[in-house]
Design a protein around this ligand. Structure first.
Ligand code: ZN
Length: 175
């Protein structure tokens, strides 16, 4: 995996690396703790990053069985995407979260997430069609800098072959 050594303006918080590492290891309770610590940082200016921190905190809490805390994080994260007009991410991530909740038999929660997504996507938003994800190039499974999980249809593409890590904003080259 290629690692870039260019100096990016903001250093990668240790807390973020910890959170992503614990999540990847399946230590969801520690992961939630670290994502929540990131959310408490007063200088976290980027709402899209914070949206992803909230969503990961929510997924981690759901996976530890703390459904109501997890659902609150998930809703806050999706609302942050909505407020930033990140409609494609809101749509795709919202659908995936609803599916994950259904798979855990959290049907009421899944319905709440679907309703939130539907209520916050303007009719004029240009949404991807079912097949558009097939054309997105593959990405490494995780960001080499912060360890955040990457999905080619949920990230923003800077160029046709380079996407941006939503957790730390590092450019990531397609495979
Ligand atoms: Zn990253």
């Amino acid at each position: 995996m290629r690692r870039r050594s260019m100096g990016y303006q903001s250093p990668i918080p240790v807390e973020l690396k910890q959170a992503n590492a614990k999540m990847a290891l399946g230590d969801y309770s520690s992961a939630a703790y670290h994502y929540e610590a990131l959310l408490r940082e007063p200088n976290a200016e980027n709402t899209k990053k914070r949206a992803f921190f909230s969503i990961m905190a929510g997924r981690a809490r759901i996976l530890t069985g703390q459904t109501s805390t997890g659902l609150a994080h998930l809703k806050r994260g999706l609302m942050r995407l909505a407020e930033g007009s990140h409609h494609i991410q809101l749509y795709r991530i919202g659908l995936r979260i609803a599916e994950e909740l259904r798979q855990r038999n959290l049907l009421k929660e899944a319905a709440e997430i679907s309703a939130l997504v539907n209520a916050n996507i303007p009719a004029t938003a240009e949404l991807p069609t079912e097949h558009s994800s097939h054309s997105a190039p593959r990405l490494p499974a995780a960001c080499a800098v912060c360890g955040g999980p990457l999905r080619s249809d949920e990230v923003e593409w800077l160029t046709p072959r380079q996407a941006e890590c939503p957790f730390c904003n590092t450019p990531v080259n397609a495979l």
